[in-house]
Design a protein around this ligand. Sequence first.
Ligand code: ATP
Length: 515
Amino acid sequence: MASQEEVFKKLVAHCKEYGFVFPSSEIYDGLGAVYDYGQNGVELKNNIKKYWWDSMVLLHENVVGIDAAIFMHPTTWKASGHVDAFNDPLIDNKDSKKRYRADVLIEDHLAKFDEKINKECEKAAKRFGESFDREMFCQTNPRVLENVAKRDAIHARFVAALEANDLVELKQIIVDCEIVCPISGTKNWTDVRQFNLMFSTDMGSTADGAMKIYLRPETAQGIFVNYLNVQKTGRMKVPFGICQIGKAFRNEIVARQFIFRMREFEQMEMQFFVRPGEELKWFEHWKQFRLRWHKALGLGDEKYRFHDHDKLAHYANAATDIEFQMPFGFKEVEGIHSRTDFDLSSHEKYSGKNIKYFDPEINESYTPYVIETSIGVDRMFLSIMSSAYTEEQLEGGDSRVVLKLPAVLAPVKVCVMPLVKKDGLPEKAREIMNDLKFDYKCAYDEKDSIGKRYRRQDAVGTPFCVTVDHQTLEDNCVTIRHRDTMEQQRVAISDLHAIIGAEVNMKNLFKKIVE
Ligand code: ATP
């Protein structure tokens, strides 16, 4: 079996070879942690965005969208806390000269204890078979207890250090845990320092008095500063939500793992405005809704978990991540935060404008509390690609690489192929495609053997191939081939719409996620 690292390398190579993701400005050797999406990547990405957007604005009559500018007045970022507090604690290894996030080093170290505990449990489960009681085992096995105690002790110090912003203690934890640099293998560390993650640039010429502005590190603030515009012009009543999809920029230091951590990325965020005191009820509501959204894609329910935050951001009173099992472990794909009235109150203070909401039901003005759901398009893309990528051994010694993408998200839904390039078959195939293309992204392929053409479509995740042969001209039937099962069926051309539609219609997913 290939190691997870090898599988990940293959996935990255596959993304490039089949037009999903290219390194940015590759002819100049690329730009660190910046990527471009190719012809198939952009289709998949657009489908993810459509799935998200429609699940928000179609399924909720009290959620609307906006599209705010990337540039915002610089005071926005003072008010939001990003100028003063959007920092990562960094540490360098003096031998490898590599820079790391101190919190990530410690979190990775903590995860190793969980791995050890899991291994003990797996071993014992094999030994005891059916009668194995995991809970009982964990409460009594000395090796498990020892690892739990060690993990909890480090964890408690870690949380306290983060809470107190104590950089000296963070370094001390790294030293005490004897954490080594994965590159050099040494413990030769610098002190921990804070580093602001916002990119800045100048707006206007210097002669005019240029203004230092920031590239937004999150899309949320564009929603906050517009919330009253939308509320008034849309006659929205609390509770209501505003959603947005757009680019965000962070000068990430530890930029690794492909499109998992980029310097320019895309977010899909929703801010949901609620009455003060009702925020935790809505927090729970959106947590469950968002998990259903993920699970409806059918990537495997066991690949998701919630991870509650140890350290709450300066604005939050509850926060959780939805983590997905990537090839390199469970990682955050989405954050759900109860942001209190921090942002709106702060904008009110910094702008000097009254941005309170008047609630006609209780005849009161107040600053709404906010629940945020924030998901990275690129991380979602990566989670889908990594679970879809499959190498299969077939009967007869053959093998194939197939992307088992959820059919609704696949870049191309159907590829139409004439069996041969003559006898009127290409014309018939085009006729079929010209009819299907109003509804589905189609491809046409008449080159090479049918087997090779199937493999090409498997590699980009096309759920259906339709083959036109000589008999088609007589009986108006075609062969439809299903990607995952490779099963082939003879069907009437007039039935194609219904067969394809049943699989690729987003409505089927939406029905699963509404309560
Ligand atoms: P992390 O802890 O991994 O840095 P975060 O907690 O800072 O992430 P949030 O600020 O909650 O992330 O952002 C919301 C979402 O935006 C994340 O769940 C993730 O999907 C996405 N995201 C954040 N930073 C990046 C990045 N550098 N590249 C790609 N996606 C990102």
